[in-house]
Design a protein around this ligand. Structure first.
Ligand SMILES: Cc1cc2nc3c(=O)[nH]c(=O)nc-3n(C[C@H](O)[C@H](O)[C@H](O)COP(=O)(O)OP(=O)(O)OC[C@H]3O[C@@H](n4cnc5c(N)ncnc54)[C@H](O)[C@@H]3O)c2cc1C
Length: 476
């Protein structure tokens, strides 16, 4: 085994699920022999949790069944087994749905990933540096990675896995920006602490983060009225009561246009209905074949889908846990929660309350509402990812990185290598996780993120092998 000082260095920026999973699979590929140092920069205490699973809110549950979330594609039950082993139900009796499917709290998934990585961290196969990266530049044929506390590391390969930036505040809400009752980033640990039980709340957004917020408020005993708005008024859907196998084939005959894809989906939905199936297995099939479908489409058609179909796709494909769906249904039935198709025309603070003019979909007249608090849940601003951090902005300025053409993340090639200005491929700079979805297609849910981490680890291993003149280990 080579001495650690002479080993090449792989620096992974961001140790959420994507960065941690890429590190783990790289370490697994290396086996007993260490072929590189794997250094993960992640300010959070635990590796593997990231934004999604680093939450102490008891109402935040995983949104797909536990048996579909695993660090290992060939061991789909790995997390479900962990739940039983760690007896997490003892402290969370509501973890199972009425059908007996486990939807534990999201932090439990973070615990599982951290536990899987712990042995590798303990023996130094993966190094966790609890530091935030401030700058990445080239230096003598390598990458110079500089942290906020002034440490520098010369790396041979860099992996970018800093996926979810904070949401952008909608312009119409700028007049509220100094109000303590504006929650601009609902994913912060203390985000909802300033909302009183009787407060009238406007939730801006209707997706999974909105569901998280409403469930968390309810869990805290909030009783005031809530209005939740999005342009189309679509609400995240739940899971089917009976599991169904994916239904539909969208790849045997390649699809070259967005309109053709939508036609095919509609036709398959009709076929499914005729066979007594719900819409769920059709969307599951589109998701499972998503990367092939996406990669067969020209960029202009991908952009069209991202622009026109994304809202519909998100609410059908990202489903809420049955426990969360129940809370929302109850709130709607009880008249506490209204879901509306509207956007914000203007907002102001007057006489101690927040007054918001809503532009209602399909109606000319504005609707004026008065609330005590506003919570923004429009989700991470992936389209502006390269502006979200100084080191990313600088890499873009230098032409090393560029935004992907679909507006969904960072440009990369089919090896997940960053593509900079003028189409230049950076052979030793990889994009791991959802930021690569403009190239790969559906890459947000855990199964796809895991597969992608395995893929990136393989690509890195192959690059290391090429550079050292060795052959990469065979694929298991
Ligand atoms: C709220 C939420 C809930 C979700 N729930 C589910 C679910 O239940 N089931 C499912 O299948 N999918 C779910 N997903 C989707 C998916 O699992 C996540 O998107 C996935 O975990 C992405 O992880 P990531 O590591 O790529 O990104 P992130 O979680 O964003 O991790 C990036 C990490 O990078 C770090 N970082 C950022 N900048 C720097 C820097 N400059 N230096 C060092 N580190 C940095 C951050 O601290 C962060 O920990 C959810 C997504 C979200 C946002």
């Amino acid at each position: 085994m080579r001495k650690s000082a002479s080993l090449p260095i792989v620096a992974i920026i961001g140790g959420g699920f994507s960065g941690a999973a890429a590190a783990l699979h790289l370490a697994l590929n290396f086996g007993a022999g260490r072929r590189a140092r794997i250094v993960v920069f992640e300010p959070r205490e635990r590796l593997g949790a990231g934004l999604a699973y680093d939450t102490a809110e008891p109402a935040h549950r995983i949104n797909v069944p536990a048996f579909k979330m695993s660090l290992y594609p060939d061991e789909p039950e790995s997390f479900a087994d962990y739940i039983v082993r760690a007896d997490t139900v003892a402290t969370d009796p509501g973890a199972y749905s009425a059908e007996g499917v486990a939807y534990p709290r999201r932090c439990v998934f973070g615990d599982y990933v951290a536990a899987e990585l712990a042995p590798y961290v303990a023996r130094g196969a993966i190094e966790h540096r609890r530091q935030r990266v401030r700058k990445v530049g080239r230096s003598a044929g390598r990458w110079a990675v500089l942290t906020e506390d002034g440490e520098a590391l010369a790396a041979d390969i860099v992996v970018l896995a800093a996926t979810h930036p904070a949401p952008t505040l909608p312009k119409a809400l700028l007049p509220l920006s100094s109000s303590p009752k504006l929650v601009a980033d609902s994913t912060r640990a203390d985000a909802l602490d300033g909302i009183a039980p009787q407060d009238r709340v406007l939730v801006v957004g209707n997706g999974l983060t909105a569901a998280d917020v409403i469930a968390a408020l309810t869990e805290r005993g909030h009783r005031g009225p809530v209005i939740s708005i999005s342009r189309r008024g679509l609400r995240s859907r739940g899971h089917p009561s009976v599991a169904q196998d994916p239904f539909g084939d969208f790849v045997s005959e390649p699809i070259a246009r967005a309109s053709e894809l939508l036609r095919r989906i509609r036709r398959t939905l009709r076929d499914a209905r005729r066979q007594g199936l719900s819409w769920h297995p059709v969307i599951d099939a589109v998701r499972a074949q998503g990367q092939q479908i996406w990669q067969a489409l020209p960029v202009v058609e991908r952009r069209r889908i991202a622009r026109l179909a994304r809202a519909h796709w998100d609410v059908h494909r990202f489903r809420i846990a049955p426990q969360v769906e129940y809370v929302l249904d109850q709130a709607i039935e009880g008249g506490r929660l209204e879901i509306a198709a509207a956007s914000i025309a203007s907002a102001a603070i007057e006489d101690g309350e927040i007054r918001v003019d809503l532009r209602q979909r399909g109606l000319d007249a504005l609707r004026l509402i008065a609330v005590d608090a506003v919570v923004v849940t429009t989700g991470p601003a992936h389209g502006d990812i390269l502006k979200s951090q100084p080191f990313l902005a600088e890499l873009e300025k230098e032409g090393v990185l560029s935004p992907c053409e679909t507006g969904l993340g960072i440009a990369c090639d089919r090896h997940a290598r960053a593509v900079g200005s003028g189409g230049r491929v950076e052979a030793s700079l990889f994009i791991a996780g959802p930021l690569a979805r403009g190239t790969f297609g559906e890459l947000m849910g855990l199964p796809q993120v895991t597969d992608h981490a395995v893929f990136v680890a393989r690509e890195i291993e192959a690059l290391l092998a090429r550079e050292s003149g060795a052959t990469p280990s065979p694929v298991e």
